[in-house]
Design a protein around this ligand. Structure first.
Ligand SMILES: O=P(O)(O)OP(=O)(O)OP(=O)(O)OC[C@H]1O[C@@H](n2cnc3c(O)ncnc32)[C@H](O)[C@@H]1O
Ligand SMILES: [Mg+2]
Length: 197
């Protein structure tokens, strides 16, 4: 396999995937790179896995080719695991990263650092016409900081400090992030599939 289509329009995910697939010598193509405009696939599932499968199967069927899809998000323990599968639109339909992370910080106002545990979750689904779809989950545990710090990454990275680090995800390089992230962790579980291709 020389290239892989990732069924996403999220530029931050694409940056992560480009670096992750680089070591396999595989070029990442995203929906933004296609000549045709692909409408958003409604994410109607109730889990990350269901939504990843919905996205992968819809695009694989549409384009008749193998597709990888990522559904991911942030679970905050003190918020009963919100925003969870609603992470992208937590503060509104416009999918604004700044508004989303500030909503989490506002909801956690007055919550002590010991009670600010959270995790990033990523479900990666592989769909191929005529084959059975499969999906793997990766997780990265951490805590929510008091303020946003750092300029790298995307989404909730500036307020997420991985366990064992005194920096936020947004202060890590893409390579460092990938070595510990939910996305990197989920992709490791797809290594067997990658090797067979
Ligand atoms: O569905 P696609 O087109 O892939 O793009 P999306 O942005 O809508 O993606 P999701 O539905 O999977 O929503 C995931 C949201 O969770 C957040 N998120 C996921 N992975 C993250 C990461 O590595 N760092 C920070 N935030 C992340 C981020 O806000 C994303 O918008
Ligand atoms: Mg989405």
């Amino acid at each position: 396999m020389k290239e892989i289509l990732i069924a996403t329009k999220n530029k931050g995910k694409v940056t992560d995937f480009r670096a992750l697939f680089d070591k396999y010598g595989i070029e990442v193509i995203s929906l933004a790179d296609l000549a045709e405009t692909i409408a958003d696939i409604p994410e109607t599932g109730s889990t990350f896995e269901e939504n990843a499968v919905i996205k992968a199967e819809a695009i694989a069927k549409m384009l008749q080719m193998p597709v990888l899809a990522d559904d991911s998000g942030l679970e905050v323990t003190a918020l009963n695991n919100r925003p969870g599968i609603f992470s992208a639109r937590y503060a509104g339909e416009e999918k604004n990263d700044q508004k989303n992370l500030h909503k989490v910080l506002t909801e956690l106002e007055g919550v002590a650092s010991d009670d600010r545990s959270a995790r990033f979750v990523c479900a990666l689904a592989v769909a191929e016409p005529g084959q059975e779809t499969f999906v793997k989950r990766g997780v990265c545990e951490g805590v929510i900081t008091a303020q946003p710090v750092g300029t790298h990454g995307f989404g909730y990275d500036p307020i997420f400090q991985p366990i064992g680090y005194d920096k936020t995800m947004a202060q890590l390089s893409t390579k460092e992030k990938n070595s510990i992230s939910h996305r990197g962790n989920a992709l490791e579980k797809l290594e067997e599939w990658l090797k067979l291709r």
